[in-house]
Design a binder for this molecule. Structure first.
Ligand SMILES: Nc1nc2c(c(=O)[nH]1)N[C@H]1C(S)=C(S)[C@@H](COP(=O)(O)O)O[C@H]1N2
Ligand SMILES: [Mo]
Length: 389
């Protein structure tokens, strides 16, 4: 407990159980016992069979109703395998351009100072495909500082990047179908600049909501990189490698690449960029009815603090939603709600988040969204449909 950041401490006990209590009994804007839920009429289609191996446990928006997402409602993504590693045999190697290579057991990692962070993890594919609309969850992650471990390994001055390798592996093919086709086996991996890796918010995580990190979420240890899209949070961590050249693999340079047409002095050019930090976004979560009163509730999140959320019904004016005062964490989503004197019939509901710097979540026809050719990083305004009466 001593090592809990002060912000967490202010929530009460600082444990996930404490947060659940606060959340269930009055402070969570989405959770109100006596409410009648009005399901969205535009339900997403089921995850198609080929994608079912990759996307697991997608919980409908209507059921993501607590500020902390319980582990059993938390979505999972695994591109290769879903390994179940033996924690007693497991070691984390820190090697490459370091003065002191390390090979840490789980007990050794747990003996290091504890650090918790409440962070909303969103897959960068979320809302990019019709069936993938709630690839997001908020958890209290517990572990130890990544920077602390990197410092102990004494990074050499020539190193420029840190690469995180998972235990999961699969087959990759490049130049498929050509005489130069290359097929090889690779582990899941992602890299970061040393500066980004040394961010004090990053943790080597072994606990999720005060429970041992579940196998599907990367047990025994995963990286938690608050402020980044899900892809950066390497699960089933096995090896951390310091390098003096740039690292590129499928998850840095082929997949998880956003392709967008952008204007450069009036000329349109294609820009390809690796998915990285999170983006400003919000989503309508659910509509409820209580004593004849309708309420629209949802969430907002992003890399910078949320200043406001606005809601539009049909083609009406933007209306300011109330953001819940409780449960603040710089890396966690904010709950909001708006009381709505609804009329009978089918309505569209759109939300947009505005951050403290005045950035507005882009509309779907904003060139930054409309000129995007890939489904990654889809932070355009989300419109849902609901039928009243
Ligand atoms: N080793 C490994 N780590 C991984 C992945 C993976 O396939 N393998 N998927 C990434 C992606 S794309 C996302 S969105 C998050 C999802 O984390 P979760 O399964 O705990 O929700 O894990 C990331 N870490
Ligand atoms: Mo993802």
């Amino acid at each position: 407990m001593e090592h809990l950041p002060r912000r967490e401490f202010l929530l009460g006990t600082g444990t996930a159980a404490g947060i659940f209590l606060l959340d269930r009994y009055g402070l969570g804007a989405l959770a109100q016992g006596a409410d009648q839920l009005i399901p969205w009429s535009d339900q997403p289609p089921p995850v198609p069979p080929p994608a079912q191996a990759v996307i697991k446990n997608l919980t409908p928006w209507e059921s993501l109703d607590t500020w902390i997402t319980p582990n059993d409602k938390f979505f999972g993504i695994g591109h290769y395998e879903w390994p179940k590693l033996d924690p007693t045999q497991w070691k984390l190697d820190v090697l490459g351009d370091v003065g002191t290579p390390l090979s840490l057991t789980l007990d050794e990692l747990k003996a290091r100072p504890r650090q918790n962070v409440t962070y909303t993890l969103e897959c960068s594919g979320n809302n990019g495909l019709p069936f993938f609309t709630s690839g997001i969850g908020n958890a209290q992650w517990g572990g130890t500082s990544l920077a602390g471990v990197l410092k102990a390994a004494r990074i050499k001055s020539n190193a420029i990047e840190v690469v995180f390798f998972g235990a999961d592996q699969g087959t990759e093919v490049v130049r498929a179908g050509t005489p130069l086709e290359l097929k090889f086996t690779a582990h899941f991996a992602r890299s970061m600049s040393i500066e980004d890796a040394m961010n004090p918010a990053n943790i080597l995580c072994y606990e999720m909501n005060a429970e041992a990190l579940p196998a599907e979420h990367g047990a025994p240890v995963r990286l938690i990189a608050p402020g980044w899209f899900g892809i950066a949070n390497v699960k089933w961590l096995r090896r951390i490698e310091l390098r003096d050249t740039r690292f590129v693999n499928r998850f840095m340079g082929r997949d998880y690449v956003t392709v967008r047409e952008e204007s450069r002095d009036g000329e349109m050019v294609m820009v390809e960029s690796s998915v990285g930090r999170g983006l400003l976004k919000s989503a309508p979560g659910r509509v409820t009815l209580n004593n004849g009163h309708y309420r629209i509730a949802g969430v907002a999140w992003g890399p910078t603090p949320i200043a406001a959320v606005e809601v539009k019904v049909d083609s009406g004016p933007w209306m300011k939603a109330t953001i819940a005062e409780s449960n603040k964490s710089p890396f966690a989503w904010r709950f909001w709600h708006l009381d709505w004197p609804a009329t009978t019939g089918e309505h569209t509901i759109t939300s947009r988040a505005i951050d403290v710097a005045g950035h507005v979540q882009p509309a779907m026809d904003d060139p930054i969204i409309a000129n995007k050719k890939t489904y990654w990083e889809s932070n355009g305004q989300i419109t849902r449909r609901v039928r009243i009466g």
